[in-house]
Design a protein around this ligand. Structure first.
Ligand SMILES: Nc1nc2c(ncn2[C@@H]2O[C@H](COP(=O)(O)OP(=O)(O)O)[C@@H](O)[C@H]2O)c(=O)[nH]1
Ligand SMILES: [Mg+2]
Length: 381
C-alpha cells in the first residue's frame, strides 16, 4: 500500500501533482496547511496533500463531474469534517504497521460519509467553487455562512443549499446594468485599464450596438496617442460603423474634441493601456479625464488575469474616478471566482462582460444571476 505526500503553494497545485503522479482515480486522504518548518519559511504558504492510488475511498469524491472528465479528488471543507479528518490522521499514523486495518478503517469512514448527505452537498459545492477559481478562503467562508444559516435537515436539501450559495454569489457579483443613453443628452463613457485587456475591441462593440441597433448618435474619442497602431485600430472600426472620431493627446485637445462632438448622445472614449505601476501615465490619464469629465469610467479587466493583478489594476485606476468594472475574455477563463476578492476590495459593480473577439456580438450587459450560475456551472448554462 502506498501513501504519498505532496506539497505546493495552493490546494489546486498540490491536487494537480496528485493527479499527474497518481492518476485521476487517486484518493485524497488528508489535507493540511503546513504551519511550521523550513520549507514554509523558504517557499511561503504550503499546502500538504496526502494521497494514495491504491487506497480507495470512493464516497469522498464525486464520481461524475459536469465539466471535468476525470474524477477529481478534492479535500473536504473544514467544520463538519474535522472529526472525520482526525480519524484519518490517526489511521494514517498507524498505517505503516497496520496497513490492513487502515484500509478497513477508511472504508468504514467512507461508508459513513456516503450516508451523510450533508457532507456530500457541501463538498460538491466546495469542489465547484474551487474549480471555478474561487480561493479556498472565500469558498470556505461562503459554505460556512450557508451551513450556519440552515438547519441540518435543510442541509440535506441539495437544491436549497445550492440556491443559498448561488444567492451569496449573486450578492457579491453586483452589476450596474448597461450604459443608459437618453437621446439629446450627451453621455461620456470612458474605458481605462491595462494594455491588451480589450478596451479598443470593447469600444467597437459598444459603438456598433448603440449606433446600429439602438440608433443612437455615437462618437469616438481616442486618447491612444503614443501607439499609432492603436489609433488606426479604432479608426478602422469608426470607418466601418461610420462614426465621427477624434484623436486627442492633450487636455486642451480633449476640450476641443468634446465640443466638436457635442451634438451626440454617446461619446465613447478609448484610452491607451497604462501599466498600473506607471504613476506618471496614470496621472496623465487622470488629467485628461478631468478635462473630459466622463459620466462613467469603466475599468476593463481581463478575467484571465490573476486576482492580484486585477486588484492592483483596480486600485490604481480607481484613482482616475472609476465607476464600474468591465470584464473581458470570459471565453478564455477557466473560472470567474478570481474576481470575487477584487469586487470586495473595490466595491465597484460590473457593467459588461465580453466573451470573444467578434465585433459587435461578443458582449453582454453583466447579470449577477448569470455570473453566479457560470461560477456554479448550473446545468442549464
Ligand atoms: N478571447 C477574447 N479576446 C478578446 C476579447 N476582447 C478582446 N480580445 C482580444 O484581445 C486583444 C487585445 O484587444 P484590444 O482591444 O486591442 O486591447 P486594448 O489594448 O485594451 O485596447 C485582441 O486580440 C482582441 O481581439 C474577448 O472578450 N475574448
Ligand atoms: Mg487599445
Amino acid at each position: 500500500m502506498e501513501v504519498k505526500t505532496y506539497r505546493a503553494s495552493s490546494l489546486q497545485a498540490a491536487l494537480e501533482q496528485v493527479r499527474t503522479e497518481l492518476g485521476p482515480d487517486a484518493s485524497v486522504l488528508h489535507t493540511r496547511e503546513v504551519k511550521h518548518g523550513m520549507l514554509r519559511w523558504i517557499a511561503g504558504r504550503q499546502i500538504e496533500v496526502t494521497a494514495s492510488a491504491t487506497i480507495k475511498v470512493p464516497s469522498r469524491f464525486p464520481t461524475s463531474h459536469a465539466h471535468t472528465a476525470p474524477t477529481t479528488t478534492k479535500p473536504l471543507p473544514p467544520a463538519d469534517y474535522d472529526d472525520f479528518r482526525a480519524k484519518y490522521r490517526a489511521a494514517l499514523k498507524r498505517s505503516d504497521e497496520h496497513s490492513e486495518s487502515l484500509v478497513e478503517h477508511l472504508s468504514l469512514e467512507a461508508d459513513r460519509a456516503k450516508s451523510n448527505e450533508l457532507h456530500q452537498s457541501l463538498f460538491e459545492l466546495f469542489t465547484k467553487l474551487i474549480d471555478a477559481e474561487v480561493s479556498e478562503e472565500v469558498a470556505r467562508e461562503m459554505l460556512e455562512r450557508v451551513r450556519s444559516g440552515l438547519s441540518s435537515a435543510d442541509l440535506n436539501d441539495r437544491m436549497l443549499v445550492n440556491s443559498r450559495v448561488s444567492r451569496l454569489l449573486e450578492d457579491e457579483l453586483k452589476c450596474c446594468g448597461p450604459i443608459r443613453v437618453t437621446p439629446g443628452i450627451r453621455r461620456i463613457v470612458s474605458l481605462v485599464g491595462p494594455t491588451g485587456v480589450g478596451k479598443t475591441t470593447t469600444i467597437a462593440k459598444l459603438a456598433a450596438n448603440f449606433h446600429l441597433r439602438e440608433k443612437q448618435r455615437v462618437g469616438l474619442i481616442t486618447v491612444d496617442t503614443y501607439r499609432i497602431a492603436a489609433v488606426d485600430q479604432l479608426r478602422t472600426y469608426a470607418d466601418i460603423i461610420d462614426l465621427p472620431m477624434e484623436v486627442v493627446s492633450t487636455p486642451r485637445e480633449m476640450r476641443t474634441a468634446i465640443a466638436r462632438l457635442s451634438g451626440l448622445d454617446l461619446i465613447l472614449m478609448d484610452t491607451a493601456g497604462r501599466s498600473p505601476q506607471d504613476d506618471l501615465r496614470i496621472q496623465e490619464l487622470k488629467a485628461m479625464l478631468a478635462e473630459a469629465r466622463p459620466d462613467e469610467v469603466h475599468v476593463v479587466l481581463s478575467s484571465v488575469a490573476s486576482t492580484a493583478s486585477m486588484r492592483q489594476a483596480t486600485e490604481r485606476f480607481a484613482d482616475v474616478g472609476a465607476t464600474s468594472l468591465l470584464l473581458t475574455k470570459l471565453d478564455e477563463t477557466t473560472g470567474l471566482g478570481n474576481i470575487l476578492p477584487v469586487l470586495r476590495n473595490s466595491k465597484l459593480p460590473i457593467s459588461y462582460i465580453t466573451n470573444g473577439q467578434n465585433v459587435p456580438e461578443d458582449i453582454a450587459s453583466a447579470d449577477s444571476r448569470k455570473l453566479a450560475r457560470a461560477i456554479l456551472r448550473t446545468e442549464s448554462d
